[in-house]
Design a protein around this ligand. Structure first.
Ligand code: AMP
Length: 455
């Protein structure tokens, strides 16, 4: 983009102390979502921002909020503004953003998320806060315990509404909307506009300024994408072969892969993948919703400050992670929702940096891959699997695994003689192999059989 046509931050009517903090953060000019949302928000209008993470959307609501809240004071138990986030990580990050941009102002904030003690936050809210950042469930808990009044909320933000929808928070959001004053200003953000989201915005936003940031267009230009069509081979080895493929893909990137997020669809795979990588000497750690808050924070801090190279994550845990310089994203699985692919790869190639996103697609994921390609309207280039199919070396097995495998080899050597399937290995009283259910027929089958014979 030609610089001379760009708006400057100081043309946006932001508070001078906010401008100072922006300058200190090293931002030169507003991103498109900031350019669109900030002036409207400062005029007191509702904003509907259609943008994903990585576009600068957090600052597009925090900067005008701080400017608007700079005048006035909070009253006990009545927060002046409310930011709702789908996950605690995202909420914690929004809180950090407030700290950064409001550092030259005296604004107070509280954070209501799982893993942060009620008592401390209660005390803050009791005294009165300018900004309350919360996940919906935690907020309603506090409200129901009578600790909080939402009738003083002048600005309400809903961040990542599409993720709220995925997580089943929409009824909570509707309830929270109804607890805040009708006259509030609403800033509402979502990466996509599902019909259910559209219904919410039609109901609770009043003549919003709609700011849509071209989905993925900015990110995809700097993200090199590739997909390995993974053929698993033998079923009992498929998972370990897939992990081997992942290691080979990481190795193939060499030093270019300074740090990476590896996404798995299932929490169990997040754990297995991280453990396996560690076993093979990679610097990796897992993050998902079942880990306790302090552990997650520790892992994230390590990843942010560069002491941890590979972060293995689930979609929900990775949502909204603010890690500005990820060189690579690996999708161990193809995500089931095509939008998640867009979110995942948006973790790399941020702010004009180059990034690479490599996906492993096994046979059963091919449909999901087609859905992604139709969403992003381009074919993801196929890349060769660096692990050749004809060298199926298993992972270094642990002793007990060895025992299991030799057991399975033994049973395979019998497979020519015996029927396959669940009855394999069973013999009747005369030593003949048992086929299907053998003599143990359930009554209903026996009945229809007899009846057929009689007929
Ligand atoms: P977000 O989309 O809110 O997750 O922000 C993505 C990243 O962009 C964060 O690391 C921000 O610190 C950074 N950022 C936000 N606004 C700007 C800007 N105007 N210029 C450069 N970086 C920015």
């Amino acid at each position: 983009m030609n610089r001379t046509y760009m708006t400057k931050f100081n043309e946006l009517n932001l508070n001078p102390k906010v401008l100072k903090a922006i300058e200190e953060a090293g931002y030169e000019s507003p991103t498109p979502i900031q350019e669109g949302a900030i002036p409207a928000a400062l005029e007191g209008r509702d904003v509907l921002g259609i943008a994903q993470t990585g576009t600068g959307k957090t600052a597009s609501f925090t900067l005008p909020m701080i400017t608007l809240l700079a005048r006035g004071r909070a009253r006990a138990r009545m927060p002046r503004s409310l930011v709702l986030c789908p996950t605690r990580e995202l909420a914690a990050q929004v809180a950090e953003n407030f700290d950064t941009y409001a550092k030259h102002l005296k604004l107070t904030k509280a954070l209501l998320i799982g893993g942060v003690s009620f008592k401390e936050q209660d005390a803050l809210i009791d005294r009165g806060v300018d900004v309350l950042i919360a996940t919906p469930g935690r907020l309603l808990d506090h409200f129901e315990r009578g600790k909080l009044l939402l009738t003083g909320v002048q600005i309400m933000v809903v961040d990542e509404a599409d993720r709220m929808l995925d997580m089943g928070f929409i009824p909570d959001i509707e309830r929270i909307f109804s607890l805040t004053p009708f006259t509030r200003q609403t800033l509402f953000f979502s990466a996509t506009m599902a019909p259910e989201i559209e219904r919410i915005t039609d109901t609770f936003l009043s003549a919003p300024t709609r700011v849509e940031v071209a989905r993925q267009a900015t990110a995809s230009e700097t993200i090199e994408q590739g997909v390995v069509m993974f053929k698993g081979g033998r079923r009992d080895r498929e998972a370990s072969q897939k992990r081997k493929t992942l290691r080979a893909l990481i190795d193939a990137e060499g030093d270019k892969c300074t740090n990476a997020i590896i996404f798995c669809n299932r929490k169990t795979d997040v754990d297995i993948c991280a453990k396996s990588l560690k076993k093979y000497g990679y610097d990796a750690a897992a993050i998902h919703g079942d880990l306790d808050q302090s552990q997650r924070m520790k892992t994230l801090d390590g990843f942010r400050d560069g002491t941890l190279r590979l972060l293995v994550a689930s979609d929900v845990a990775a949502r909204g992670l603010d890690v500005p310089s990820v060189s690579h994203v690996f999708n161990f699985d193809v995500p089931g929702h095509p939008e998640d692919y867009v979110h995942r790869i948006g973790r790399t190639g941020r702010a004009g940096r180059e990034g690479k996103a490599i996906t492993i697609c096994s046979g059963r994921d091919e449909k999901a891959l087609t859905a992604i390609e139709s969403l992003i309207q381009k074919e993801i280039p196929r890349i060769d699997n660096p692990v050749k199919a004809d060298e199926p070396k298993p992972e270094a097995p642990k002793p007990e695994k060895k025992a299991r495998e030799s057991e399975s080899r033994k049973s395979e050597s019998r497979k020519d003689r015996e029927p396959k399937g669940r009855g394999r290995g069973r013999r009747d009283d005369n030593g003949r192999p048992v086929v299907g259910m053998g003599d143990h027929l359930p009554n209903f089958i026996a009945l229809s059989f007899d009846e057929r014979r009689a007929g």
